[in-house]
Design a protein around this ligand. Structure first.
Ligand code: ADE
Length: 306
């Protein structure tokens, strides 16, 4: 699997993928990351990537031409002809004019009369922006099944919307706050998706992937069979963890974790998951797959709260 990141700050990514699991996955060739400097796709002396917004207002907008050139250089064609009626320039991927190829292959016209998509379905183009759909664990799982993910880092006030219209499959936000650009968000997406690629985390991750498509709460369990965190994907938050020493800062690790009774540990962890989710992310409870026992416990916890 390969990630392509288009950015005006290529040095931002120096070092960011050189630690832990990500570094190992790159070193072992399980994943590749390409960093592409947007300014390399400009043609003026000042290497201009932005301009003032039409209609006035604060800030600058990333111009469409360098972004389109960067995408086309990666073999990314426009999605379909909906936005390009009359603009039938060749789209060259790996030396082949794929638009001409699609015509000769008699690709079925879409409902709007345009050409059907001629893009590789295993490649997704994503625009990082605060206006995007919220990024979730379920999305990370989907991205991990693709061959290639192209991430466009927005900057300034935004990106000319025609880039979104023409090239992007998804506009993605990593949270309800405004970053100064999409670079941090791109790094987050790469990290979250990469660790779900089979082999990256070692053997413990592989069984998770066999269960792909199964209700999220049924997968990703720990050794005691307790479902782990599935944030935003129909599951609960993770339970709290403890390690040695058994006493620290005047606090003891929960005795139940030290007694070796796996049934008790399983029940305790599940209750802790419910407690934490109720306290920190009650919205997740609406979609979580809960057993009868879970519901009873949750009722009791809610009564405790009142
Ligand atoms: N760019 C600015 N804010 C962002 C956010 N919250 N997520 C993704 N990209 C962004």
């Amino acid at each position: 699997m390969r990630f392509e990141i288009i950015t005006i700050f290529p040095t931002f990514f120096t070092g960011i993928f050189e630690n832990g699991v990500v570094r190992r996955a790159l070193a072992e060739g399980l994943v590749e990351v390409g960093i592409h400097d947007l300014r390399a796709f400009t043609h003026d002396r000042h290497r201009t990537v932005d301009d003032r917004p039409f209609g006035g207002g604060e800030g600058m907008v990333l111009k469409p031409e360098p972004l389109a050139a960067a995408l086309e250089s990666l073999g990314i064609a426009v999605k379909n002809s909906e936005f390009t009626a009359g603009a039938k320039a060749p789209i060259v991927q790996a030396g082949v004019d794929v638009r001409a190829e699609a015509r000769t292959l008699q690709v079925k016209p879409t409902d709007d009369g345009g050409e059907a998509s001629i893009r590789n379905p295993h490649t997704q183009v994503i625009l990082l922006s605060a206006q995007g759909r919220p990024f979730t664990q379920a999305m990370a799982r989907e991205l991990a099944t693709l061959d290639r993910v192209v991430l466009i880092c927005g900057r300034y006030e935004g990106v000319d919307e025609r880039i979104n219209n023409l090239y992007c499959d998804l506009e993605l936000s990593i949270g309800d706050y405004v970053l100064s650009g999409g670079e941090l968000a791109a790094a987050v997406v790469v990290d979250a998706a990469m660790r779900l690629i089979p082999g990256v985390l070692g053997n413990e991750a592989s069984s998770e992937f066999e269960s792909f498509g199964v209700a999220d709460a049924e997968i990703d369990t720990d050794i005691e069979g307790v479902p782990r965190s599935q944030h935003g994907a129909g599951g609960l938050l993770d339970y709290p963890h403890f390690t040695r020493p058994a006493e620290f800062g005047g606090l003891s690790a929960p005795a139940v974790l030290l007694n070796g009774d796996h049934q008790q540990i399983r029940r305790w962890r599940r209750e802790q998951q419910l407690r934490k989710t109720l306290a920190n992310r009650p919205d997740l409870l609406e979609h979580a797959a809960l057993s009868k026992e879970d519901r009873k416990l949750l009722d009791a916890l809610q009564r405790e709260e009142q």
